[in-house]
Ligand binder design. Structure first.
Ligand SMILES: Cc1cc2nc3c(=O)[nH]c(=O)nc-3n(C[C@H](O)[C@H](O)[C@H](O)COP(=O)(O)OP(=O)(O)OC[C@H]3O[C@@H](n4cnc5c(N)ncnc54)[C@H](O)[C@@H]3O)c2cc1C
Length: 390
């Protein structure tokens, strides 16, 4: 049986970053990334909208995303000349009604206290900065002055994976269908081919499959797929200013942002509206009935738009509190989780990979204290809610 010191289940942005940062922290043991689909076409990473922001309510989330930002600002130093993820630093603009304004203002204060660079805009300030927006029903908006925007998810994942492979990480194509445990430690994984691989540690980086992977070890992890739609819009009436717009989040939760000459948009459903069938079919009624009316009212230029493309992605959704679960299992201490990012794992993937590497190499966190994000809150059924889930 082939043996690896660390096996990482899943080679998306989180798994690839974990391999990369293990090496960066001086780990000299053998590393395998086991990935069932090396085209990554259905991975959450490849289907992400690529946004990065500091507009969260939980300090840990702000710190995790700022780690990603620092990486994006230092790509050449990190990965060499030519490394590029197409970062568009156009900001996020999170809008609030009268009712939502106190929460927006409270989040804004938390963000400033944690190093974010954003401003709360109201009334004529909002209208002056974003003249394409209709202010009816808006009490204000929080706008990221720097450090927020979007990037190409596939490029970020590929930079990590290629760098890790170049330094000796092995990419194993295969699906993990079994986890071997003895004396409260993972010692092997079984693949669908029947092959077994021995391991010193196992990292769960299986994205929306994380709950299913944990279940192979008899562990309950409330992370599974949640179906989301992203629509690509053509808007002939959009002027230059709209193409420089931030990723804008309406009080209803409808979001949009520029994407090249076009725009993309979406809306996360309420709990009772969650699609039950986890396929890859786009629901165009969701756009017609729930998104388009909001867009047309908020941005007059969006009255005449055409959906020219759309895709489905499966969020790696933590049903307990929509925050990541990062750290070891309390009893099976060599089984690590980096899961459940619920819509913000692209920007947090680098920091999550780094955090797992710190735990494995140094035995504790060195950069960001993520103890509150540990599996303990799952056991205690004590959610740590993030208020800004998009
Ligand atoms: C529509 C959409 C929009 C999003 N927008 C944003 C955004 O704007 N900003 C942001 O930060 N995040 C966003 N996200 C979330 C982000 O994309 C994810 O949180 C992040 O990509 C998760 O990365 P991952 O590596 O954990 O998972 P994945 O990229 O899904 O990688 C997990 C991998 O594990 C593999 N795998 C699963 N089970 C097994 C197994 N048993 N054996 C072997 N391999 C296995 C899968 O094939 C997959 O390739 C969005 C997600 C979606 C779907």
């Amino acid at each position: 049986m082939q043996h690896f010191d660390v096996i990482i289940a899943g080679g998306g942005v989180v798994g690839s970053a974990t391999a990369y940062y293990l090496q960066k922290h001086g780990f000299t043991g053998s590393i395998a990334i086991v990935e069932k689909d090396t085209t990554y076409q259905f991975s959450c990473t490849a289907r992400s909208a690529g946004g990065i922001r500091q507009q969260f309510s939980t300090p840990e989330n702000i710190a995790l995303s700022m780690f990603g930002l620092r990486l994006i600002r230092n790509l050449t130093a990190e990965f060499g000349t030519g490394a590029d993820v197409g970062f568009r630093e156009q900001g996020y603009l999170i809008l609030a009604s009268e009712q939502g304004l106190p929460i927006l203002a409270e989040n804004h204060r938390t963000q400033l206290a944690n190093g974010a660079d954003n401003v709360l805009l109201q009334g004529s300030d909002l209208a002056a900065r974003f003249p394409w927006l209709t202010g009816d029903g808006l009490a204000g908006g929080c706008f990221g002055l720097s450090g927020e925007g979007w990037l190409d998810p596939y490029s970020l994942m590929s930079l990590f994976r290629k760098a890790a492979a170049a330094r000796g990480a092995t990419i194993v194509r295969g699906e993990i269908v079994g986890i071997g445990i003895s004396a409260s430690a993972v010692n092997s994984v079984s693949l669908a081919t029947g092959e077994r691989l021995g391991c010193g540690s196992l990292v769960n980086a299986a994205g929306s499959g994380a709950g299913a992977l944990a279940a192979l070890a008899g562990i309950s992890l409330p992370v599974g797929p949640a179906k989301r739609y992203v629509y690509v819009l053509d808007c002939p009436a959009a002027g230059e200013a709209m193409h420089l717009a931030p990723l804008t989040v309406e009080p209803t939760g409808v979001y949009f942002r520029p994407e090249g000459r076009h725009f993309i948009c979406g809306l996360s459903p309420e709990e009772h509206e969650e699609p039950q069938v986890m396929d890859w079919e786009v629901d165009y009624n969701w756009f017609e009935e729930r998104i388009w009316p909001v867009l047309a009212e908020r941005v007059p230029a969006f009255e005449a738009i055409k959906v020219i493309n759309a895709w489905v992605g499966h969020y790696d959704y933590n049903t307990l509190d929509q925050n990541a679960v990062i750290g070891p299992h309390p009893e099976i201490g060599n089984f690590y989780f980096a899961n459940g990012f619920s819509g913000h794992g692209l920007q947090q993937g680098p920091a999550a990979g780094n955090a797992i590497a710190e735990l494995i190499v140094h035995g504790g966190y060195r950069t960001i204290d993520l103890v509150r994000f540990g599996y303990g809150r799952i056991v205690a059924k004590a959610p740590l809610f993030e208020k800004n889930v998009i």
